[in-house]
Design a protein around this ligand. Structure first.
Ligand code: IPE
Ligand code: IPE
Ligand code: MG
Length: 259
């Protein structure tokens, strides 16, 4: 079997996605399959977060966005929600050195004011401390929903029009992008969802318009560097056409199928 570093250098020889989004799914089933409480799956899943983040940074992904908690996940049993919030706080405290030491810029998207203070505080602290970092941007999607994000964008546009700052005819794709929570991040090239589910579950609805989707059968706690490398290699086999013909797409710099 090839070593992880051999696999990673092979990946680096071809165009990589600039921005990868991951729907980290399957923690509960991983634990239930072992007769463990669901929270054990979330706990082991945070080891996957560390490994996958390291690997993405090594291969040179510019931005990694991890779907960690959806707006809809608040509907889960209160003890599971509380355990997830505890794990988030623990993650932010434990990973501080790793993030700062590797030049990673930590970012967060979602309805962050809904998070408990004991999560929001270490999150804001790390965001501020890492703001000047120029390595990979790691965005945590927390209390995040794509529809919620679009509603918030629409409200901001309505306010600008209402106050006379903006003409309806000036509403453009660029303006929408600038008012989304992901403003400033590169376009999403690849979305990975683990655990065999094939849906977006409200993840980056606008941003995924032209993203490649890769579905992995692996449950998130078992998804590590090797599995990420497999998904990146699958991305490199895709031909992205952006509405054009295959022949036209071949002429697009960095967008053609890398053979
Ligand atoms: C993903 O794993 C983590 C969160 C959604 C917070 P799940 O907890 O959804 O795991 P399954 O889908 O029930 O196996
Ligand atoms: C999506 O997973 C949200 C996260 C991974 C954070 P879910 O497990 O909540 O999605 P559904 O409910 O199966 O669609
Ligand atoms: Mg799930």
């Amino acid at each position: 079997m090839e070593s992880i570093s051999e696999l990673e250098s092979r990946l680096k020889a071809r165009p990589l996605p600039r921005h990868v989004g991951i729907i980290m799914d399957g923690n509960g089933r991983w634990a239930e399959g072992r007769g463990l409480p669901r929270v054990e799956g979330h706990r082991v899943g945070s080891d996957s977060v560390r490994e996958v983040t390291r690997c993405a940074r090594r291969v040179g992904v510019e931005a990694l966005t991890l779907y960690a908690f959806s707006s809809q996940n608040w509907a889960r049993p209160a003890d599971e929600v509380a355990a997830l919030m505890d794990l988030l706080r623990e993650y932010l405290l434990k990973e501080r050195e790793e993030i700062l030491g590797n030049g990673i810029k930590l970012n967060a998207i979602g309805e962050l004011d809904k998070l408990p203070k004991y999560v929001r505080e270490p999150l804001e602290a790390l965001r501020a401390e890492s703001a000047a970092n120029t390595g990979m941007t790691l965005t945590l999607a927390l209390s995040y929903g794509g529809r919620e994000e679009l509603v918030s964008m629409a409200r901001r546009i309505a306010e600008k029009i209402h106050s006379g700052q903006l003409e309806p005819a000036a509403v453009s794709e660029a303006l929408v992008e600038a008012l989304l929570w992901t403003a400033g991040l590169p376009p999403v090239d690849l979305v990975i969802r683990t655990s065999g589910e094939r849906r977006l579950s409200n993840f980056m609805l606008w941003q995924t318009a032209y993203a490649e989707l890769v579905f992995s059968e692996i449950l998130w706690p078992d998804f590590r560097a090797r599995e990420l490398v497999d998904c990146l290699a699958a991305f490199q086999q895709r031909e992205r056409r952006f509405g054009m013909t295959g022949a036209q797409a071949q002429t697009l710099p960095f967008r053609r199928k890398s053979s």
